[in-house]
Design a protein around this ligand. Sequence first.
Ligand SMILES: Nc1ncnc2c1ncn2[C@@H]1O[C@H](COP(=O)(O)OP(=O)(O)OP(=O)(O)O)[C@@H](O)[C@H]1O
Length: 217
Amino acid sequence: MLLSVRAVEKSFETTDGPQPVLRDVSFDLTAGRTLALTGESGSGKSTLLHLVAGLDIPDSGTILVEGQDIAAMGDGARAAMRRDTVGLVFQQFNLIPSLNVADNLTFHARLAGRDPGNIFALAERLGLGDHLHRFPEQLSGGQQQRVAIGRTLAARPRLVLADEPTGNLDEATGDAMMALMRDMAVETGAGFLMVTHSERLAAMLDDRLHLRAGRIT
Ligand SMILES: Nc1ncnc2c1ncn2[C@@H]1O[C@H](COP(=O)(O)OP(=O)(O)OP(=O)(O)O)[C@@H](O)[C@H]1O
């Protein structure tokens, strides 16, 4: 199994004491499948995605990525897992301002020691074919977002995690980018987990997980 989440609980400390954010969350994601994570604002979606990405640790329960318990890993092993196995697409693009589009697109693949593949073909697919030599500040927000998506996918992660990755794009471009992310993830045999508020985007994926007040419903 690519991803197994079992009985995960997570609370955050507040001035009123610990506030439970995730309660008894369990699900699986198989390689090659796509899963939408939906739920109202504050239901715990981003918190769950951060835990799966190894950016935070659950209070109890287990998260296995390719059979490895990420809470049991040391910091170094968790960082290596994030670099080698997981690809993140967040709303903040975090492009490297001093690198042009071509070098931003290949950056993560090189960090992970992978061949980024045909960057021209990737740029064409992203609608960035004419922009490979531009720098991030010379791109629109939507174009920067497409670079961020392409950079993640060029590293061919086995688990692709996305948090509202098309939030800054118009509907048609957002749908096209979602389809591209989904297709590229599936083509490489990866699993794809995406947080979204959009019923339309959720319906484009194989399966759906809905959170209400931290529980799967
Ligand atoms: N680091 C933190 N410290 C304290 N509380 C937090 C922290 N991170 C999240 N929370 C709280 O946990 C709850 C769930 O937040 P989370 O960001 O996971 O929700 P979400 O479903 O992704 O919401 P949205 O759709 O608005 O992004 C919220 O009540 C939030 O205030």
